[in-house]
Ligand binder design. Structure first.
Ligand code: PFF
Length: 450
C-alpha cells in the first residue's frame, strides 16, 4: 500500500470539499435536474429525489470516501487492496464503464454551454421572443460541425487540467469559481420569482401530485441522486484517497450533499417560475435551461452581462465535474497498468470524445436512429445513470456494510480513535440495510417487477 505522504493530496478540508463539491455540482444540478423534473411532472419527483439523497446518497457517499481513504487507491484499486482475491473489483469495471458513457454525453452538453457564452457575448438573444430563442437552440444542436467543435474544445480543456494533477489543477480551479456561481444563481432566482405569472412555477415545484409519479420517474430520481452526487463510479473513492487522515469524513459527506442539493433546488427555483411566466413547456427536455434562462436575462438590468457570466460559470462547473469523471479512468490506468499520467489522460480523452460524437449527432443527422424509442444520447445517459451508477452504489454500500469489519470502518472514520464518530451506528444501518434494500426495490419497481 502506498503511504499518504507519497501520494498527492488535497491541501486541507476546504480543498477537498471544494473539489468534491466541484465534482458534484455541475450540469447535473443546473441543466439535468430542472429538465428531468419537468419531464417527470414536478414536485412529487423532487420529493422522491430528496428521499433518495438522504437514505441512499448520503450513506453511499460516506462509504465511497471511507473506502478510498482506507485503501489509498482509486475506485478500482481500492477493492483489490481491501479485498484481495475476491470478485468485488468487478464493480470497479462498472464504474469505469459508467465514467466513459457519462463523460461522452457530458462533454457534448458542456460544449453547448461554451457556444452559449459566445452567443451571449455577441448579443444573439437580444430582442428575441421566447419562441425564437427556442428555435435558436434547436437549430444549434441540430447542426453537425459546431456542437462537435465545442465538444472537442471542452474535452481538451478537461484533458489539460487532469494532466496537471490534483493540487495544481483540480483544487485550484474549484476553490475560486464555485462560490461565484452560487451568487449568480441567487440573482437569477430573485429575478425569476418576481416575474409576472411566476406563482404557477412554484406550484409545479412544491405542490406534490403523486398521481403523476410513474415507476420510471422513481428510477430516474434514484439515478439522478447518484449522478448529481457523483456516486456509484468511484469518483469519491478516488477523491477520498487524497483526503488527509485527520479529517472527519462524516461531516464532509454531509456538507457536500447539502451544497449539491441546495444548488439543484436553487436552479429549479430560478427556472420553473420563468418557464411558466414565458409560456415554455415544462417538459421541453434537454433544452429547458438553454431556452428559459436567456429569456430571464433579457428581463434583468445588465442581463447580457449576467448571461455571459452565467454560461461561463456553468461551463466551469461542468469542467470541475468532467475532470473528476476523467480522473476515475486515468487513476485506474496509472495505478493498475503503470501508464504515465499524461499518456493515460490523452488516450482516454480521445476515445471518450470519439464516443461522444454520436451523442452530439443525436439531435441532428442521427435523430432518427432510435433504440427502444430513445435516441443514442438518451440511451447512453439512461444506461449509465439509471443502471450502472445505482449498481455501483449498491456494491459499495454492501462492501462497507457487510464485507469490511466494523472495527476497520470505525478506525478509518475516527482516525484511530482521535475523531468523534457518534453517527457510526446509523451510518452502518443505512449502508448495510436501508440503501441496499431501497436501491433493489427501486430497480425492481422501475423495471415494473414490483
Ligand atoms: N455530479 C456531476 C453533475 O451533477 O454534473 C456529474 C458527475 C460527475 C456524475 C462525476 C458522476 C460522476 F462520477
Amino acid at each position: 500500500m502506498t503511504s499518504v505522504s507519497q501520494r498527492d493530496s488535497f491541501t486541507g478540508k476546504y480543498g477537498f470539499i471544494a473539489a468534491a463539491a466541484g465534482s458534484a455540482i455541475g450540469l447535473g444540478n443546473i441543466w439535468k435536474f430542472p429538465y428531468i423534473t419537468g419531464v417527470y411532472g414536478g414536485s412529487a419527483f423532487i420529493i422522491v429525489y430528496l428521499i433518495c439523497i438522504l437514505l441512499i446518497g448520503l450513506p453511499v457517499m460516506l462509504s465511497e470516501i471511507t473506502v478510498g481513504r482506507r485503501a489509498q487507491k482509486g475506485g478500482f484499486g481500492a477493492y483489490k487492496n481491501l479485498a484481495p482475491g475476491t470478485p468485488w473489483f468487478f464493480s470497479g469495471y462498472m464504474g469505469i464503464a459508467a465514467a466513459f458513457l457519462i463523460l461522452s454525453f457530458y462533454g457534448v452538453v458542456a460544449g453547448w454551454t461554451m457556444e452559449y457564452v459566445v452567443k451571449a457575448l455577441t448579443g444573439a438573444f437580444s430582442g428575441k421572443t421566447p419562441d425564437e430563442i427556442g428555435a435558436m437552440f434547436g437549430g444549434f444542436i441540430g447542426q453537425t460541425a459546431k456542437p462537435i467543435f465545442w465538444q472537442i474544445g471542452f474535452m481538451s480543456l478537461t484533458c489539460f487540467i487532469v494532466i496537471a494533477g490534483i493540487k495544481n489543477g483540480i483544487e485550484r480551479y474549484s476553490k475560486i469559481l464555485m462560490p461565484v456561481l452560487l451568487v449568480i444563481l441567487f440573482f437569477l432566482c430573485a429575478r425569476s420569482v418576481t416575474l409576472d405569472g411566476a406563482a404557477k412555477g412554484f406550484e409545479f415545484l412544491f405542490k406534490p401530485d403523486f398521481s403523476k409519479l410513474s415507476s420510471e420517474a422513481v428510477l430516474a430520481a434514484l439515478g439522478h441522486a447518484f449522478f448529481s452526487l457523483s456516486l456509484g463510479m468511484g469518483t469519491l473513492v478516488t477523491y477520498g484517497s487524497y483526503v488527509k487522515k485527520n479529517e472527519s469524513l462524516g461531516p464532509l459527506a454531509v456538507h457536500i450533499t447539502t451544497a449539491d442539493t441546495i444548488i439543484a433546488l436553487l436552479a429549479g427555483i430560478a427556472i420553473f417560475p420563468a418557464v411558466f411566466a414565458f409560456g415554455i413547456e415544462p417538459a421541453a427536455g434537454p433544452g429547458l435551461v438553454f431556452v428559459t434562462l436567456p429569456n430571464v436575462f433579457q428581463q434583468m438590468p445588465f442581463g447580457s452581462f449576467f448571461c455571459v457570466l452565467f454560461f461561463f460559470l456553468l461551463a466551469i462547473a461542468a469542467l470541475t465535474s468532467s475532470i473528476s469523471i476523467l480522473e476515475v479512468v486515468v487513476t485506474h490506468l496509472v495505478e493498475d497498468f503503470r501508464v504515465s499520467r499524461k499518456t493515460a489522460t490523452i488516450v482516454t480523452t480521445l476515445v471518450i470524445t470519439l464516443f461522444g460524437i454520436p451523442c452530439s449527432l443525436s439531435f441532428g443527422v442521427m435523430s432518427e436512429f432510435k433504440f427502444l424509442g430513445a435516441n443514442f444520447f438518451d440511451n447512453v445517459d439512461h444506461i449509465a445513470s439509471n443502471f450502472l451508477l445505482p449498481l455501483g452504489g449498491l456494491c459499495i454500500s454492501l462492501f462497507v456494510g457487510w464485507k469490511m469489519a466494523r472495527k476497520d470502518v470505525e478506525d478509518e472514520l475516527s482516525n484511530g480513535g482521535t475523531l468523534g464518530t457518534g453517527y457510526l451506528t446509523i451510518f452502518l444501518f443505512l449502508a448495510k440495510i436501508v440503501a441496499p434494500i431501497a436501491i433493489t426495490a427501486v430497480f425492481l419497481h422501475g423495471l415494473n417487477i414490483i
